[in-house]
Design a protein around this ligand. Structure first.
Ligand code: HEC
Length: 156
């Protein structure tokens, strides 16, 4: 009788153990599946999503307006300022190699005396340690001149 009871208990606990085991397994695999679908969501390409959620019908309202992109460097004083910060400031902000320092009226006064055309000429073709076009050959004459204008306007 006792042995029967304990063996029943034994079988019972095995069954409970199996049920628990299966439960854990089901829970784990559901979690894994959720993980997988989360990864799938990550890899969804924006275009695919747009394709899937796009409206069933589309209304044609004529040509889309073309938005013109603003030129990056303008040959205006703004463009000159940009060239100065991106190219010329490398030397001229610190007065490196005794270059006339940006914003220093004293440094620029003797240069200005030479006349603006001489300064354009030096900036475009180089002058002693001053490299032609500040070492950026892709700059146009107008861009270099705008940069000189900007430098001079700051040195007053
Ligand atoms: C590699 C350093 C360096 C860079 C970059 C540089 N300069 Fe110069 N610049 C000099 C030096 C050095 C002098 C002084 C040359 C001298 O007087 O012998 C000078 C002088 C000048 C002068 C006076 C020239 C004269 O005839 O007195 C002008 C104008 C000038 N630079 C404009 C510019 C402009 C504009 C840029 C950017 C497009 C620029 N520099 C970039 C080093 C540089």
């Amino acid at each position: 009788m006792d042995t029967q009871k304990s063996s029943k208990f034994f079988v019972g606990s095995i069954v409970i153990f199996l049920i628990l085991f299966l439960l854990v397994k089901v829970i784990l695999s559901t979690m894994l599946d959720m993980g997988k679908s989360a990864v799938a969501a990550d890899s969804m390409v924006a275009e695919d999503v747009a394709e899937r959620i796009k409206p069933v019908a589309q209304v044609y309202v004529g040509e889309a307006p073309v938005v013109e992109a603003a030129p990056v460097v303008e040959a205006s004083s703004g463009g000159g300022a940009q060239v100065v910060t991106q190219v010329c400031a490398l030397c001229h902000s610190t007065g490196m190699m005794s270059s006339p320092k940006l914003g220093s009226a004293d440094d620029w006064a003797p240069r200005i005396e030479k006349g603006i055309d001489v300064l354009y000429e030096s900036a475009i073709n180089g002058f002693n340690m001053m490299p032609a076009r500040g070492g950026r050959p892709s700059l146009s004459d107008d861009e270099v001149k705008a940069a000189v204008d900007h430098m001079l306007s700051q040195a007053k």
